[in-house]
Design a protein around this ligand. Structure first.
Ligand SMILES: Nc1ncnc2c1ncn2[C@@H]1O[C@H](COP(=O)(O)OP(=O)(O)OP(=O)(O)O)[C@@H](O)[C@H]1O
Ligand SMILES: [Mg+2]
Length: 221
């Protein structure tokens, strides 16, 4: 079996436990760096994401925020090829749907009351506002990207898919879940689309409704 070696600059690092996977890559702990994680993209995604992640790191969006897991350092393989990035580890937070679905709420958030849910909802709104203050748009806002702790604090992940502008170039978010997509973009192609921050606010409103009404969708009958 070959063991892959990864580097941040000249420093080699050893991966720890896998903490998650998505449609674009896998997320691991880093041995000896307890507050950090790395996302390693699947091979077919790497060349597509390379420029965007370099621009995100250079933009230093990760500074002054504990709430949002922005890419912080570039991760390469032994031949110096781009494979992913490091970011803050988000621990002891669960995806928003774990709070609004009554069954998983009992497991992860026993004894929470409605005040907790309102606090969590306002913290989701604050996290979205922080992204907008940095000049980014989430684009693919959805219930898996916003994580909520047992203290109702909120962290956002998948920040490498956010839309932003760096040195005059627009880096887009070309995906989105229909449920959280505003009416004006329903059915439209998201390819090449530059989004307004207001499109996140529609998704935020849908998510807050779900939180406050135990998963009920605002447009369902
Ligand atoms: N900073 C982080 N700290 C801890 N866990 C994380 C972090 N980022 C991601 N994860 C975990 O890894 C999983 C996959 O991450 P993410 O959604 O960013 O991957 P992705 O491949 O870009 O997915 P998508 O297809 O939704 O874009 C998450 O659901 C979460 O469990
Ligand atoms: Mg992603």
């Amino acid at each position: 079996m070959t063991v892959e070696h990864f580097f941040i600059g000249a420093n080699s690092l050893r991966l720890g436990k896998k903490v998650g996977k998505g449609g674009e890559g896998e997320v691991f702990l880093i041995q000896g760096r307890p507050n950090f994680a790395v996302k390693i993209y699947y091979k077919n995604i790497r060349s597509k994401r390379k420029n965007k992640v370099h621009a995100l790191v250079k933009s230093k969006f990760y500074e002054n925020t504990e709430l949002i897991a922005f890419p912080q350092e570039i991760l390469t393989d032994a031949s110096g090829e781009f494979v992913g990035f490091s970011m803050k580890l988000v621990s002891e937070h669960y995806p928003m749907h774990e709070l609004y679905s009554p069954k998983s709420r009992k497991t992860h958030y026993p004894n929470v009351d409605y005040r907790f849910i309102i606090r969590a909802a306002t913290n989701v709104a604050r996290a979205v506002a922080t992204v907008h203050e940095k000049g980014c748009v989430i684009g693919d806002f959805n219930h898996s990207g916003a994580l909520i702790s047992k203290k109702a604090t909120v962290a956002l992940i998948d920040a490498d898919s956010f839309q932003f502008t760096f040195l005059g170039a627009n880096y887009l978010c070309e995906v989105g879940m229909p449920e959280f997509t505003p009416p004006e973009l329903q059915g439209a192609s998201l390819r090449g689309l530059y989004r307004q921050a207001s499109s996140d606010l529609f998704g935020l409103a849908v998510a807050i409704f779900q939180l406050l009404f135990m998963g009920r969708r605002c447009f369902s009958r």
